[in-house]
Ligand binder design. Structure first.
Ligand SMILES: Cc1cc2nc3c(=O)[nH]c(=O)nc-3n(C[C@H](O)[C@H](O)[C@H](O)COP(=O)(O)OP(=O)(O)OC[C@H]3O[C@@H](n4cnc5c(N)ncnc54)[C@H](O)[C@@H]3O)c2cc1C
Length: 441
């Protein structure tokens, strides 16, 4: 039945024939991948090897590729910033054509995209992997406050080094850590840095003078109960105050004050609360990029509207999407993109080759390694579709563990460069088969 979901190549040929007869495109490719991030490279590396040189183009405006999951460690002073990036030219597969520009428009009816400089690129198949946009302007005063006077964010390569610099300057007062109401990538990262800060303040002997406060716009500390229970206990034991339903709406950088709107349905709902800070770590609101949101391939929320099993577009059969820009209703992480990548590649190559193999189906797997200190980490792994834990190892991963820390801080970063970006890592499912065969936990 799933095989039927993958529309045939014929449908795409119809699109293509229309394009060929009308357009004078300066370049055309069998597959165009928009975005050379974690998901885009995992897909384009394999496809370009399978389909041959210059059949696959990667549209990527940035000359630098960042391994973003490492940003938390940089912010906490546990890794150097230099470990997080490599030149894009070195991580794009040599068989793929790198188009060093941003996509500005997608026209799925003519099988073309328009680049920022106005040139058009034609495709037979399109993979959209552009990630999600950080919206620092979405909070009043934040754009002018960030990067100065104790305001930082691990979410941007521009400000991540400021986190550790400013944390070291703290001597007393409030350290605030925020989580917005919008979808975000790695929904655990807003609180991970609070635990690293707590540890740093303890090491410096100033913990009794610094209050560590986590403010989240959401009604829970973590979406999945098993890990939410663990994180609530860790926060309690570390004296990290958790303020639910508090959405950061304004930063006054000069006065060092953060204002929150109270959400939910409690007695304070609708009121605002202003808190002075010495240090403020902001997770900015995030939103789909306009060029996707304003196109015909977006759903009402602005994400690429794909089937949650096959990753194929619900209306345009020659379009797929992966990662943070997709409508897939799971937690947005590199771990999720890795698991999605093998499904996407299987289904797209089936379609291109006209094979009738059964479609692969993504089950919502995602992972959030919640680092809580040096050598301590809660390794949340679950399906965003069912909420059920999908732990790789035999022990209870909701417990802080040095091995989980090693996996996240050492093994996964190496796998990211050597395997995920080369298209040969699709997540730990294969390890789970022998490391946790009974899925006991
Ligand atoms: C602080 C932090 C901590 C994180 N921790 C973890 C973690 O522990 N574990 C985990 O699994 N994940 C983590 N993540 C999330 C993870 O990095 C993302 O979910 C993952 O990178 C998503 O992959 P993607 O390909 O969808 O998007 P990205 O990797 O963001 O790639 C998108 C690419 O598209 C490009 N692009 C943007 N606009 C355009 C355009 N107009 N045209 C063409 N290209 C464009 C961008 O330059 C970028 O290269 C973390 C992220 C952050 C910021």
């Amino acid at each position: 039945m799933l095989a039927a979901k993958i529309a045939t190549r014929t449908a795409c040929h119809r699109h293509w024939a229309r394009l060929s007869s009308t357009a004078a495109a300066p370049s055309s490719y069998k597959v165009v991948v928009i975005g050379g991030g974690a998901g885009g490279l995992a897909v384009s590396s394999t496809l370009s090897k399978q389909l041959g040189k210059n059949e696959v183009a990667v549209v990527e405006p940035s000359a630098t590729h960042y391994q973003q999951p490492l940003f938390t460690f940089v912010g906490g002073g546990l890794k150097s910033f230099e470990e997080t990036y490599r030149p894009t030219s070195e991580v794009i597969a040599p068989e793929a054509q790198w188009i060093n520009q941003a996509a500005a428009q997608i026209d799925p009816d003519s099988n073309t995209i328009t680049l920022a400089d106005g040139t058009k690129v034609a495709y037979e198949y399109l993979v959209v992997a552009a990630g999600i946009e950080l919206d620092f302007a979405g909070i009043k005063g934040l754009k002018s406050a960030i990067g100065k006077n104790g305001v930082a964010s691990n979410y941007s390569p521009q400000y991540v080094q400021k986190t550790f610099e400013f944390l070291q300057n703290v001597k007393e007062g409030n350290a605030l850590f925020t989580m917005p109401a919008t979808p975000v990538k790695c929904a655990g990262a807003p609180q991970k840095i609070a635990y690293l800060a707590d540890e740093l303040f303890r090491e410096k002997g100033i913990r009794d003078k610094v209050a560590v406060n986590y403010y989240t716009a959401l009604g829970k500390i973590f979406a999945i109960d098993k890990y939410a229970n663990a994180m609530n206990e860790i926060a309690r034991s570390r004296d990290v105050s958790v303020n639910l339903f508090h959405d950061l709406i304004e930063v006054d950088g000069a006065a060092k004050r953060a204002t929150f709107k109270v959400l939910g349905s409690g007695p304070q709902t609708g009121e605002t609360v202003t808190v002075p800070y010495e240090f403020l770590h902001v997770t900015p609101p995030m939103k789909p990029f306009d060029f996707i949101k304003n196109s015909d391939i977006a759903n009402a929320a602005g994400f690429v509207d794909v089937d949650k099993g096959t990753l194929q577009h619900t209306k345009y059969p020659n379009i797929y999407s992966i990662g943070d820009c997709s409508s897939l209703p799971t937690s947005k992480t590199a771990a999720a993109a890795a698991a999605q990548s093998s499904v996407l590649k299987h289904n797209l190559l089936n379609q291109i080759r006209g094979t009738n193999a059964p479609a692969a189906e993504y089950n919502g797997y995602t992972s959030c390694p919640l680092v809580t200190g040096k050598n301590k980490l809660v390794l949340a792994e679950f399906s965003g579709y069912t909420g059920a834990p999908q732990e790789t190892f035999f022990f209870n991963q909701a417990k802080e563990h040095a091995f989980s820390y090693w996996v996240t801080a050492e093994a996964l970063p190496a796998i990211y460069w050597s395997s995920m970006l080369k298209g040969t890592w699709d997540g730990p499912a294969v390890i789970r088969r022998f490391a946790n065969p009974t899925s006991a936990n």
